[in-house]
Design a protein around this ligand. Structure first.
Ligand code: GLN
Length: 342
C-alpha cells in the first residue's frame, strides 16, 4: 500500500486555464479539418450491428468547465457509448462505496492485455485488475446500488444521464446484437464468479453491462460528461453536482492508467491526458480543471481506439496546452534567491 486514506490532507489542485473562447473554437475547427479525410483503420464488426456504421462520420466537441462548448462535424450524431461508459460507471461506484473498497474489489493496475482478455483474469488469481477492462467493468456493474437488476440498471441510466445533462436512451438494436454474440463477456462473468469475485448473478450482470454499453450518446455528450469529471464532479452545463471531487480524481487516475486499453502508456506518453475509448468510435479525454474533448469516428486501430479521434485529440492536447506533464522552465528573473543552491 502506498498511502492510506487516513494520511490524506486537504488537497490543493494543480490545474491551469484554457485559452480564450475564440481560440478554442478555431483550434477545434482546425483539428477537425486536419483529420477529416484520414481513412485509416477499420469499423468494429465483432458486435454485428456496429459493422453497419458509416465510416465517414467524424464529430468533435470541446466542453469547457465554465459551460462553454465547441462543436464541429457530426458532433450531434448518436452512437453507442460502449466502453466509454466504464469511466462513468466507475465514478458512480466510487461515489457509492468509496476509494478503499473499490480499490480492493476492482483494482487499479493495468493488465497489459486486451480489454476482453480472459487470460488476464486467470493470470491474476481471478482478480478483475482494473475497472476499464471488461472483467473490471463487470465487477463494477455488479457493485452498483439497487436491490434488483432493474433498479441497478435505472441507477446507471440515471447516473450517466446526469453526467451528460440529458436523459440518455438505450439503442435496443445494439443491445440485442451484442447480447446475441457476447459469449466471451458471459465467460468472463462466470470465471469471476468461479473465483468468488462477483457478488451478483453473472448473466444478469452481463445483461446490465450490455445495456449500459448500448446507451446512445454524441461526441457533444462525451465532452460534457468528461467536463463534469474535469470540474470537481459538477456538470458545467446543468450545474448539478454528480459526484464528488475526490471521485473525479480517482476516476481520472484510472483512465490515465488503463483507459486506452493496452495502449494506455503510449497514449499518456504522446498525449498526456486521461482518456477512455469505446468500440463504436467514441473517445473522451479530460483536462482536469479545464474541460474535456469528445470525439467520434468509427474507424479503429488494432487496439480498438478511433483513429481520427486519437489524432484530433493529440492535436488539441498540444494546441490547447493540455498535456498534464508539460512544463516550461521558469525564467531566471523569476527564480527565488536560493542560497542553498550555491
Ligand atoms: N460492449 C463492448 C464489449 O463488451 C464494449 C467494448 C469496448 O468498447 N471496448 O465488448
Amino acid at each position: 500500500m502506498i498511502t492510506s486514506e487516513s494520511e490524506s490532507v486537504d488537497q490543493q489542485v494543480s490545474t491551469g486555464h484554457l485559452p480564450a473562447w475564440g481560440e478554442v473554437e478555431s483550434l477545434t475547427a482546425a483539428a477537425f479539418e486536419r483529420y477529416r479525410r484520414l481513412d485509416e483503420g477499420e469499423v468494429a464488426d465483432y458486435i454485428p450491428i456496429l459493422a453497419d456504421a458509416d465510416p465517414s462520420l467524424f464529430g468533435l466537441s470541446v466542453s469547457e468547465v465554465n459551460g462553454a462548448t465547441h462543436d464541429i462535424g457530426d458532433s450531434g450524431h448518436g452512437f453507442s457509448i460502449q466502453s466509454v461508459s466504464k469511466a462513468f460507471l466507475y465514478a458512480l461506484v466510487c461515489e457509492a462505496h468509496g476509494h478503499a473498497f473499490v480499490k480492493e474489489r476492482v483494482g487499479v493496475n493495468n493488465t497489459g492485455l486486451a480489454f476482453n482478455s480472459v487470460i488476464a483474469v486467470e493470470l491474476n488469481d481471478g482478480h478483475p485488475m482494473n475497472p476499464m477492462v471488461n472483467a473490471g467493468a463487470l465487477s463494477t456493474t455488479a457493485l452498483m446500488p439497487g436491490a434488483t437488476a432493474a433498479e441497478q440498471w435505472e441507477f446507471i441510466r440515471t447516473g450517466l444521464s446526469a453526467f451528460a445533462g440529458r436523459q440518455l436512451v438505450m439503442d435496443g438494436e445494439v443491445y440485442a446484437s451484442e447480447m446475441a454474440t457476447n459469449s466471451r463477456n458471459k465467460a468472463i462473468a462466470r470465471l469471476l464468479e468461479s473465483y468468488g469475485h462477483l457478488n451478483a448473478d453473472p448473466l444478469e450482470t452481463v445483461d446490465i453491462y450490455t445495456r449500459q454499453c448500448a446507451l446512445l450518446v454524441t461526441a457533444h455528450d462525451l465532452a460534457v460528461m468528461g467536463a463534469t469529471l474535469a470540474d470537481g464532479g459538477v456538470n458545467p452545463v446543468t450545474g448539478e453536482q454528480v459526484v464528488s471531487p475526490e471521485v473525479c480524481r480517482d476516476t481520472l487516475s484510472m483512465l490515465a492508467a488503463s483507459g486506452m486499453y493496452e495502449r494506455s502508456g503510449e497514449w499518456l506518453f504522446e498525449i498526456g491526458l486521461p482518456a477512455k475509448s469505446g468500440v463504436a468510435g467514441g473517445i473522451v479525454a479530460v483536462a482536469p480543471g479545464k474541460g474535456a474533448i469528445g470525439a467520434f469516428s468509427p474507424r479503429l486501430n488494432s487496439a480498438g481506439n478511433s483513429v481520427r479521434g486519437q489524432r484530433a485529440i493529440a492535436y488539441l492536447s498540444r494546441a490547447l496546452g493540455l498535456n498534464l506533464f508539460a512544463s516550461h522552465a521558469t525564467p531566471p528573473t523569476e527564480r527565488a534567491a536560493n542560497d542553498h543552491r550555491a
